[in-house]
Design a protein around this ligand. Sequence first.
Ligand code: MN
Length: 148
Amino acid sequence: MPLDEYNKLRDFSKSPEPKGSVKPHAGNIFVVHEHDARHLHYDLRLEMGGVLRSWAVPKEPPVKEGEKRLAIQTEDHPLEYADFEGTIPEGMYGAGAVRIWDKGEFILESEKDNELLFELRGKKLTGRYAMIKTRFKGKDSWLFFKRK
Ligand code: MN
């Protein structure tokens, strides 16, 4: 099931994160969380197939053409996570403060196993983007960048 890994990694009696479930919904949300964990990073989440497909981006997401960012795909998150802000307690998976860095509309243009083309309409991220699978850092690594 799509959220099994998400649920398995968390103890909802201790973490304020939403438990959530898969929602059949033709979605169009994107959100970027700034996550002040052991290493500050950004989590890009795109609503696809009733969940938020998620990537951890070690550096600030690209706002200009020509900036390429490594993005490591992580477990799918429930749609409720799009509104989540809070602090995950010490000792928990992903411990640290989570804040919404940007959020808006996500328009999927095309989807292949190794390539997503989409438009983002947020406050900071706006325009046409691509997510392309790469072998640079293992099987979950992608390149995230802004297109012309
Ligand atoms: Mn994270």
